[in-house]
Design a protein around this ligand. Structure first.
Ligand code: PRX
Length: 654
């Protein structure tokens, strides 16, 4: 963990919401926010029961929360169901025929629209009930774990909600991950079933999802059933006795499937995310607290209203897709947009077309995408009518003020407030942000804490730091949607999040707080990188590289990248006798693709005879980072074992 966190930003601009926006907002002034915030921190017993009443409960909870460090429980003794909250309760009133999911498939070609599907709340409820019965018919019972490995089609959300309906715990694996990544996750969570598709479309080609599943299942005897959605019509193998088609299964079931009454702490999902070791962590979220977090933040941060059309561009393979595309949006009875394809395929205006076509009002995306749009040029934007937009959101990494201004001016036409939302897979829902009608925003700052969240910037000893001094971001006490544990590894959970600084949640982010109390996230302070808004553990990539037979040792570091935020650079020492050829780089890149997935392929691989190490054998990553960034090595090199190594690495660069 690096000790010096310096924040170099000198941004001073402030943007106040317009009077018109504030007037219609759920929270309309700083004073109103402060009042609620103070109540949430100082009188949780009056605040949370009022908020929790907005969910539908089968059985009221008895105790608000319990905190046996590091394990939190919320709404103890209550019973509810996430799928009931997202569906059934909207069927009795005017939402019953409202669009729940508006889906656009990958377009067939330039200028052409994608396939279109709209599912109303009644439709979605029926599909979820049918599929929940399919799960039961295939042997799934409450508590079983199911892997979902699908393209971004409505059935992915249907599968999630069907699991939630019967109390099965889902683990969505992003479609870009490899067979090996699937194996690791299936083993770790002990999944009994995989739900997948024959293939998924990506930039005009077909990703062979089912083939990856077949490959993975050679090593996963615990998976007894695979349900396959027909999507891309590519040729696939069907394993008799194990694989069944989604559409065929529907013929055997009815749409009558009452939602299970589940305990507040019933496990809803496990989502794997990178940490500072080679093994991804299975972040476990449970039912009531998670749902309340997703529900409330969607309502207040996005200032959601009945007539909004909400588009969160994240894939459901990531937590943002879970909390905002699916659970938060549907729990609020909103219309949520899903888009299967890429932002720049077949042309770079795909997002703006979709906003125009469906009259999207709230748009939530990542800085890396915004920087790409900037690069592709304003013309792609200005030819579309974006006047339906009223609010913009950003998530995944600090947004640089230049990108913020472009988003504000070119997309929002200076009319739309921007909410920069800081959170993590582990936090379940947004923890730091501005509320769009109540607060000014400052480009590059996430803002202030959400209700019930008590964040502080501290030094290594856990002492709170004064304004504008960089330190570690910690959260003092648990909030409803905090992860409950690392699945199967409670020790690691404690070690990772509650030991670095005792008794508080350690975020792993560097941060400073300005004199107005706004939080400015600097970035990760551990060996986790944020590449194009996705978390990648350097240790994970290193262990993939060294599993290649020609590699002796590897170190992976990040270097600043104007598009992706950070890019991966790998320093690799080949085994003795290996001839380094240009092909070896490609060989290693594809090896990483097989071990983890394409998102983990380094931008740059450099071969070296030796890595810079301390006398005790620790790789000096700091020096590698400086070399990767192309700058001079300025840091202290007195502990370096072999000074020649640096000279060699630098020479290799030229
Ligand atoms: O470093 C922070 C960064 O993303 C990390 C969490 O990554 P992940 O669990 O993949 O979740 C991403 C989506 C919630 C954080 O530790 N991060 C996320 N949002 C922001 C951010 N950094 C700065 N500003 C943000 N708005």
């Amino acid at each position: 963990m690096s000790a010096d966190i310096t924040s170099l930003q000198k941004e001073t601009r402030k943007f106040k919401p317009s009077a018109a926006f504030a007037k219609q907002a759920h929270i309309q002034s700083p004073a109103e926010y402060q009042k609620l915030y103070r109540e949430s921190i100082h009188s949780p017993r009056s605040f949370w029961p009022r908020m929790a009443k907005e969910l539908a409960w089968f059985k009221p909870w008895k105790r608000l929360h319990e905190w046996e460090e590091p394990f939190a429980k919320w709404f103890i003794g209550g019973q509810l169901n996430v799928s009931y909250n997202c569906l059934d309760r909207h069927l009795t009133g005017s939402r019953r025929n409202k669009a729940a999911i508006v889906w656009e498939g990958e377009p067939a070609g330039p200028g052409k629209p994608g396939e279109e599907r709209v599912l109303t709340y009644t439709d979605l409820h029926r599909e979820v009930c049918l599929f929940a019965n399919v799960l039961k018919r295939n042997g799934i019972v409450k508590g079983d774990r199911i892997i979902i490995y699908m393209p971004l089609v409505p059935e992915a959300a249907i599968a999630m909600l069907a699991c939630a309906r019967i109390g099965a715990t889902h683990s969505v694996v992003f479609g870009g991950f490899s067979a090996q990544a699937l194996i690791d996750r299936i083993h770790d969570c002990g999944a009994k079933m995989v739900i997948t598709a024959d293939g998924g479309y990506r930039r005009g080609s077909v990703i062979p999802l089912k083939k990856n599943v077949d490959e993975a299942l050679k090593q996963c005897a615990g998976v007894k059933r695979v349900i396959v959605l027909r999507r891309a019509n590519n040729d696939i193998h069907i394993e008799e006795g194990r694989d069944v088609w989604w559409h065929r299964e529907l013929e055997y079931v009815t749409a009558d499937c009452p939602a299970e009454h589940l305990d507040s702490e019933h496990p809803l999902y496990i989502l794997y995310t990178s940490g500072s070791t080679g093994k991804p962590k299975g972040v476990l979220h449970t039912t009531a607290g998670y749902l309340l977090g997703a529900y409330l933040t969607t309502k207040y941060v996005f200032d959601l209203k009945e007539e909004d059309t909400f588009w969160c561009t994240a894939d459901i393979g990531w937590v943002t897709g879970h909390s905002y595309t699916v659970y938060g949006a549907l729990a609020n009875g909103a219309t949520t947009v899903l888009y299967e394809g890429a932002p720049n395929w077949p042309e770079p205006d795909r997002f703006w077309r979709i906003i125009d076509k469906y009259k999207v009002t709230i748009f939530y995306t990542a800085p890396t995408a915004i920087r790409a749009f900037m690069r592709w040029g304003d013309d792609w934007v200005t030819k579309h009518d974006l006047s339906s937009l009223r609010l913009l959101g950003s998530v995944g990494e600090p947004i640089n003020p230049e990108a913020w201004m472009w988003y504000y001016n070119v997309i929002g036409k200076k009319r739309c407030p921007i909410v920069d939302t800081w959170w993590q897979t582990e936090t379940g829902s947004i923890l730091i942000t501005t509320l769009p009608g109540a607060m000014s925003t400052k480009p590059g700052s996430a803002g202030l804490p959400f209700f019930g969240v008590d964040p502080v910037v501290v030094n290594k000893e856990g002492k709170e730091l004064p304004a504008n001094v960089g330190g570690y971001l910690i959260i003092r006490k648990p909030w409803p949607s905090i992860m409950r544990t690392i699945y199967g590894d409670p020790e690691r959970f404690k070690r990772q999040y509650f030991s670095e600084i005792p008794h508080v949640y350690f975020t792993g982010d560097g941060c400073r707080r300005d004199k107005d109390g706004y939080f400015w996230i600097v970035g990760r302070i551990d060996d986790v990188l944020n590449v194009a808004g996705h978390r990648i553990g350097t240790a994970e990539v290193e262990s993939a590289i060294v599993s290649h037979p020609k590699v002796a040792e590897a170190a992976v570091v990040g270097r600043p990248d104007s598009l992706k935020g950070q890019a991966l650079v790998a320093f690799v020492t080949p085994k003795q006798g290996t001839v380094v050829t240009p092909e070896l780089k490609e060989e290693l890149r594809s090896h990483i693709g097989v071990q983890i997935g394409s998102i983990a392929k380094p931008d740059d691989i450099r071969f070296t005879d030796a890595l810079p190490k301390t006398r005790s054998g620790k790789i000096m990553r700091r020096l590698l980072k400086e070399i990767a960034a192309g700058g001079d090595v300025k840091g202290d090199t007195t502990t370096l074992e072999d000074l020649n190594v640096l000279a060699k690495l630098r020479a290799d660069e030229d």
